[in-house]
Design a protein around this ligand. Structure first.
Ligand SMILES: Nc1ncnc2c1ncn2[C@@H]1O[C@H](COP(=O)(O)OP(=O)(O)OP(=O)(O)O)[C@@H](O)[C@H]1O
Ligand SMILES: [Mg+2]
Length: 257
């Protein structure tokens, strides 16, 4: 198993606040790796830097040995990194299938604007892209709702649609930012099966989540952030017994009490 992603001394400051501070870790190909930490720990900021939507203040990110920090998001997507968002970001005025078709076009063209224009390409091409999109919808169980407007899907299914759109770019690394948040117990169970299936199909997973049962049952390794710093990394058992991790989460409970 080789290293797929290397994060070295990664830092991001917002004005006075250091949201991610000197964080280093790596992700092995084929792993399910989780990133956890209390609210505001810097998890989404870190994911945003990996996907290129936010430039690091310092440090570097290498993917398959190539430095990708400071590359634009469409380039990083082109290298094989796809993501979903903590707050679902779909094209709500488009249908389910069209949302995934955008993901397909993104893969072939790399640019979102051209991707959207290409939705109005030749009929034959359009048909082929739609057929591809349906395959990805089938993987997440949404093929029956291909022509439903994305806005009409229940929330849990919108999260699945985002995963289908990400898969349609044929990534090797999938970043999930709280994919389980807002899901019912049953939807979470289905999500776990889906994540395993994605991993078994050869996609490495890096996921942020607050559901500890889910994270601890599914992950090979866990990285823990608190106030921007990495406070622990290891197997689920290791981090669950780590004193700094316990203290960070107890502190969060006290703050919410
Ligand atoms: N664009 C921004 N401008 C200024 N501050 C920001 C920005 N994005 C994030 N922050 C701050 O950086 C810190 C880390 O935020 P981030 O969203 O990465 O945390 P998180 O671990 O994902 O939290 P949550 O679990 O609530 O999603 C927070 O204090 C947040 O307010
Ligand atoms: Mg977040």
């Amino acid at each position: 198993m080789t290293t797929l992603l290397d994060v070295k001394n990664l830092t991001r400051a917002f004005d006075g606040l250091i949201a991610v501070s000197d964080v280093s870790f790596s992700i092995t190909g084929g792993q399910i790796k989780a990133l956890i930490g209390p609210n505001g720990a810097g998890k989404s900021t870190l994911l945003n830097m990996v996907s290129g939507t936010l430039p690091p203040t310092s440090g570097l990110i290498a993917y398959q040995g190539r430095v990708i920090s400071n590359r634009p998001p469409h380039r990083i997507a082109g290298y094989g990194i796809a993501r979903t968002f903590q707050n679902v970001e779909l094209f709500m005025n488009m249908t389910v299938a069209e949302n995934v078709m955008v993901g397909r076009h993104l893969r072939s063209r790399g640019m979102l604007f051209s991707a959207m224009f290409r939705l109005f390409g030749t009929a034959a091409e359009e048909r082929r892209v739609r057929e591809d999109a349906l395959r990805f919808l089938e993987r997440v169980g949404l093929h029956d709702q291909a022509d439903t407007p994305a806005s009409e899907l229940p929330f849990g299914r919108q999260r699945l649609l985002e995963i289908a759109r990400a898969l349609a770019t044929e990534p090797r690394l999938l970043l999930l930012d709280e994919a389980a948040s807002g899901l019912s117990t049953r939807e979470k169970r289905d999500l776990v099966s889906l994540i395993y299936a994605i991993r078994d199909a050869g996609v490495t997973i890096f996921m942020v989540d607050h559901d500890m049962d889910l994270v601890m049952s599914i992950s090979d390794e866990v990285v823990v952030l608190d106030h921007g710093e990495k406070i622990a990394e290891g197997t689920p058992t290791d981090v669950q017994h780590d004193e700094r991790v316990i203290a960070a989460y107890l502190g969060e409970e006290a703050a919410h009490a």
